[in-house]
Write a protein that binds this ligand. Structure first.
Ligand SMILES: [Zn+2]
Length: 537
């Protein structure tokens, strides 16, 4: 048996590991399982013990020693508490109200934290509020899940199903996360990012039966049990002893006293990440959600600015400008109101999008997205399939590949708009006349197929490397969105899809609001601890 000292913030805890004799029957896997188990359980257990001690010191500092005669307790002696009464804001004259019987449970990023909290009572006239100073100081009043865990679960949830997210979090972080919690975390984070909600609404969490204890939603949310250890009588007539030792107050961790660690004031919300993009890309797709068989529309507005990276692998800088789910393009117009006219707007070919672009920025040239052009032709050829046996899948695919290649050639060969249109017409002529949908599609796309070759536009776009760069960006984004939303057989509710895509887009496109949440909730740890050998032998 070996023992070690665990020293955390001055609190020393003994860690005992009963390692069996080193012999053949002890496999490395058993040892490794010990490490994993330790890694999962130690953080919350250690922190509970450390906070317990810090809490004792805090209450003693503010209310005086337990069961001390009134004359020697701190109350009335002008001892200023490092916390304020949540009822009236008073910073002194608190009395002990005992310790809560039922442990307070808090789901954190490293597991379930179980605390037994002390309560104090405010003796200010007309207040009488009873609360836990520890929870008030840490901004945890009324919380059941920390913001960091919300962020962790929601981030996983942008990449895999909620059930998987919870399983991964359980396995890696040792939490007791469930699919329901992951789902609720996504809804909470989406609401926070969109600036329209509390991070922990009662609704989604209510599906988890142990989330709320009775009486917890009242004013004294931390006090649903009668204290089992008697405190001082709350008569406020207690005088303080000036010679009582006052330990230093625990340092306050950040300005998150209301429990919202997502933002420092004032909270940011989603919205255009930038207002002066060089290029705006407007793109729509569909997702399996709601009751309609063809799902709901998902519309995205993305802004491009400069690019950077190694010469061969340059990437345009992308910014989230707007997102709508199950709404038409006019709603996107509202979101883009503040965006200045770009040098070029790239559209996917849908009429509503082109109309919106013309309405928002009447003088901005319009370009058809080069990623969508071959895809749109493919769809048109499918439509023609019934009418003409000429269309077989392989032939259609070859035609679409040829169109994609033709577009790239125009850039490579630095063709003028006239040369490019000639190539386009030549290509159109290779499509049999009977294929009406394909011809209609190519004719409609023609005026906006090569806007980007215009010398003025080209000059403006030189810094992002021409029009084809953005298409790769869009393709990647769409692929990620589809990978998340198209999980076999799953049909989303429009609201659930909106939440998930809100967080997904904010994450993938590094929206400043997302970045700020991550920075605030995952700061580098600056609190020191060390593990040392205790029983050197
Ligand atoms: Zn008060």
């Amino acid at each position: 048996m070996s023992k070690g000292f665990l020293s955390v913030s001055g609190t020393r805890l003994a860690l005992t590991v009963d390692l069996p004799e080193l012999e053949r029957s002890l496999s490395w896997s058993q040892v490794e399982s010990l490490m994993v188990e330790l890694g999962h359980r130690a953080p919350a257990e250690v922190l509970a013990l450390v906070l317990d001690e810090a809490q004792e010191r805090l209450v003693q500092q503010v209310c005086g020693p337990r069961r001390a005669p009134r004359a020697s307790s701190g109350v009335g002696a002008g001892v200023s508490a490092p916390f304020a009464c949540p009822g009236c804001g008073a910073r002194s004259a608190f009395v002990r109200k005992g310790r809560r019987t039922r442990p307070r449970k808090l789901r954190t990023a490293t597991g379930l934290l179980t605390l037994r909290v002390w309560h104090v009572g405010c003796t200010a006239a007309g207040c009488g509020k009873v609360f836990s100073p520890l929870l008030v100081m840490l901004g945890l009043s009324g919380r059941r899940r920390t913001d960091r865990l919300t962020l962790d679960l929601a981030e996983l949830g942008t990449q895999m199903s909620f059930a998987r997210s919870a399983a991964v979090d359980r396995m890696l972080a040792g939490t007791d996360a469930t699919a329901g919690q992951a789902h609720a975390a996504m809804a909470d984070l989406a609401a926070v990012l969109a600036g329209d909600g509390e991070p922990e609404p009662a609704g989604p969490d209510a599906i988890e039966p142990d989330q709320f204890e009775p009486g917890d939603q009242g004013q004294d949310e931390d006090r649903d049990d009668p204290p089992d250890e008697p405190g001082d009588p709350p008569d406020g007539a207690v005088a303080g002893g000036r010679d009582a030792p006052v330990p230093p107050a625990p340092a306050r961790a950040g300005a998150c006293g209301d429990g919202r660690g997502f933002f420092t004031d004032p909270p940011r919300v989603l919205g255009p990440a930038i207002t002066r993009p060089l290029v705006v890309m407007l793109d729509g797709t569909g997702a399996r959600a709601g009751r309609k068989s063809n799902g709901v529309p998902v519309n995205l507005a993305i802004g491009l600015t400069g690019r950077s990276g190694p010469v061969k692998r340059r990437r345009a800088h992308t910014h989230l400008l707007g997102l709508t789910v199950d709404e038409d393009w006019s709603m996107m117009g509202t979101q883009l109101q503040a965006v200045a006219p770009p040098a070029l707007v790239v559209v996917d070919g849908e009429t509503a999008i082109t109309v919106l672009a013309q309405r928002l920025w009447p003088d901005t040239p319009i370009q058809r997205c080069w990623w969508h052009l071959p895809h749109g032709l493919r769809k048109a050829l499918y439509a023609d399939d019934a009418a003409d046996r000429h269309v077989n899948p392989r032939w259609a695919r070859t035609k679409c590949d040829r169109l994609a290649e033709l577009l790239r050639e125009q850039i490579r060969a630095e063709h003028t708009t006239a040369q490019a249109l000639a190539a386009w017409d030549e290509f159109t002529a290779t499509i049999p006349a009977g294929l009406n949908s394909a011809h209609a599609y190519l004719t409609a796309a023609r005026p906006h197929a090569f806007t980007c070759l215009d010398p003025t536009v080209r000059k403006a776009l030189a810094c992002i490397g021409g029009p084809e760069l953005g298409t790769g960006v869009l393709e990647r984004l769409m692929r990620e969105i589809n990978a998340r939303t198209d999980i076999g057989g799953v049909r989303w509710s429009p609201a659930g899809l909106r939440d998930t895509l809100t967080v997904t887009c904010a994450r993938i496109l590094h929206h400043p609001t997302w970045t700020e949440c991550v920075r605030n909730l995952r700061p580098p740890s600056t609190i020191t601890f060390r593990l040392q050998r205790f029983n050197a032998a």
